[in-house]
Design a protein around this ligand. Structure first.
Ligand SMILES: Cc1cc2nc3c(=O)[nH]c(=O)nc-3n(C[C@H](O)[C@H](O)[C@H](O)COP(=O)(O)OP(=O)(O)OC[C@H]3O[C@@H](n4cnc5c(N)ncnc54)[C@H](O)[C@@H]3O)c2cc1C
Length: 502
């Protein structure tokens, strides 16, 4: 290429990349992701990344202490060890176990043995592909211990845990110590170049308290109450209308009006619907002020109509009248492609959620991007507590990985650990790896940890609602495929540009 042109492209890429990100991280996705298809930008990004490679002399990081040998911790340890870093992995089992862990091995699957869907038409399928491309130990183990499960990837949980335990325990750079770490100031953690906490959603109480002291008590949560999220394209706009209470011009909310008959049938279905039984250690959750929607319904037929479903301030533009009740849907992302059902944290079983919530007028065909739940879950308010390298803002040198950061799910936790291990490992060798763009599954998941901190941060699994919306309106199947194609392209460009392609 002509030198002047190449320099221009380099400068363009450098300006785009550096200008957006400052000295440390590269955020191509913020503002420029939609240009990813442009050849010039690809080249620019590529040259800019190459520029980054030369600029860092590397960190002094020879020895890392890692707390928690679950999905995130083992994956993170593996990635660090691949970069030549010595890792001491503290795992409290078998001496002490959380309420849900029962086995002795590392990377224990505490509930389902499924890693959910495969294939690029599902965000979790894309995440699997991306993790495999980045050399994930969890994915390697999953394929090695796979059991038949239709379109899903499920494993023999015992073999899976044994596979990982064997790999971790026999890696020359990793030392596993079976011991509980009680605080961030524990003697065992002193003298390391970095400390990683991957103690999971059921982190032991003393450690969680110490973490709370570090981040501030308003930034550490002990349970989550998650309402379902649905895709905007699946809403019937002949029934639903825009507007917030007293403000019909507001387009941050969508509203599904209900007649008296519809409301009463819905309340009856909520009460009759099959629920997930809380485990003993989760029973206190409901007293902490966040009732499941079905528990409110049980208090009286009109409780919801006077609570989250109250119609005051609304006029249905189709009838010119106030509806009997209203279900509000609040926008979940900038592009308004995903909406959550306000006040609908729930313990209904997943198939029941789909059946019952599709009774809401306008949501008969709802596509659920995420289903609701309420469970014990220790996690930080990531946008406030963590910087962009997953380091505690109030405690430099201490990083978080896995579900405790606010990602949700086995693979999401492992992916978070993978990214932290990989990026720290490269830094030691003087290379700053730009994050994958937000059009990819991993980039979208990491992006979730940076969502604007003005609303209460909620954990999330990976889903298409975390990615920028598509410009064109399409049928559900085609839309999923389009997300998949775009993600694969973006990931392909990125992995080549940052030099991680095998
Ligand atoms: C009850 C429950 C059921 C779940 N079911 C599913 C499911 O079916 N599918 C799904 O995708 N996700 C599920 N999740 C969500 C979540 O993805 C998993 O919990 C996942 O294992 C999280 O990975 P992690 O590495 O962050 O934590 P974990 O896998 O829990 O690993 C944390 C490790 O840290 C250890 N540890 C904790 N405290 C200390 C300490 N102080 N010192 C040393 N070691 C410590 C623990 O013993 C554990 O081995 C569930 C969560 C819960 C709470």
């Amino acid at each position: 290429m002509h030198k002047g042109k190449a320099d221009g492209i380099h400068r363009l890429g450098y300006a785009l990349v550096r200008g957006k990100a400052g000295r440390e991280l590269v955020y191509v996705q913020k503002g420029f992701g939609h240009l990813l298809n442009s050849t010039v930008l690809r080249l620019a990004i590529y040259t800019a990344y190459r520029g980054e490679r030369k600029r860092y002399r590397g960190y002094e990081m020879a020895h890392v202490a890692l707390v928690g040998g679950g999905l995130a911790g083992t994956e993170c340890a593996w990635q660090l060890a691949k970069s030549g870093i010595e890792v001491t992995l503290y795992e409290m089992k078998p001496g002490k176990r959380s309420e849900a862990h029962s086995e002795d091995g590392l990377a224990e699957l505490i509930c389902s043995n499924s890693f959910r869907a495969t294939g690029p038409a599902a965000a979790i399928g894309l995440l699997k592909e991306e993790m495999s491309s980045l050399g994930s130990l969890i994915m390697e183990a999953a394929f090695a211990t796979q059991v038949p499960a239709g379109g899903a990837l499920a494993v023999d949980r015992t073999l899976f845990s044994e596979y990982i335990t064997d790999k971790i325990e026999n890696h020359e750079k990793i030392t596993v110590v079976h011991q509980e770490i009680l605080t961030l100031d524990a003697e065992e953690l002193q003298g390391h170049d970095a400390v990683i906490i991957a103690a999971g959603p059921l982190a032991s109480a003393e450690l969680a308290e110490s973490l709370m002291a570090a981040v501030g008590d308003e930034r550490l949560y002990f349970y989550d109450a998650i309402a379902p999220i649905i895709s905007r394209d699946s809403v019937d706009f002949d029934k639903a209308f825009w507007g917030s209470r007293w403000k019909p011009e507001d387009d941050d909310y969508l509203n599904c009006p209900m007649s008296e008959d519809e409301y009463k049938a819905f309340v009856a279905a909520l009460i009759a619907g099959e629920k997930v039984q809380p485990r003993d250690f989760e029973k206190e959750i409901h007293f902490e002020g966040c009732l499941p929607v079905e528990a409110m319904a049980e208090r009286g037929e009109m409780t919801l109509a006077f609570g989250p479903l109250k119609p005051v301030g609304f006029v249905d533009p189709k009838t010119g009248e106030r509806p009997f009740a209203i279900v509000q849907l609040r926008t979940e992302n900038k592009d308004k492609t995903a909406f959550n059902l306000v006040g609908f944290q729930t313990k209904l079983k997943y198939p029941e959620q789909k059946r019952v919530f599709r009774m809401i007028p306008g949501l008969e065909q709802a596509e659920f991007l995420r289903l609701g739940s309420i469970h014990r879950n220790t996690y930080v308010n990531a946008p406030q507590a963590l910087d962009e390298t997953l380091q505690l803002k109030n405690r430099p040198g201490f990083y978080l990985a896995g579900q405790i950061t606010g990602v949700e799910g086995y693979l999401e936790s492992a992916a978070c650990g993978l990214w932290l291990g990989l990026s720290l490992g490269y830094r030691v060798n003087g290379i700053v790896i730009a994050e994958p763009p937000v059009e990819t599954a991993l980039g979208a998941l990491l992006g979730h940890l940076r969502t604007v901190p003005d609303k209460r941060f909620q954990p999330s699994n990976v889903n298409f609602g975390l990615m920028p919306g598509l410009k064109k309106k399409m049928k559900k199947k085609l839309r999923k495929e389009a997300y998949g194609v775009r993600a694969q392209e973006a990931f392909g460009t990125w992995i080549e540009a940052v030099g991680l392609k095998k």
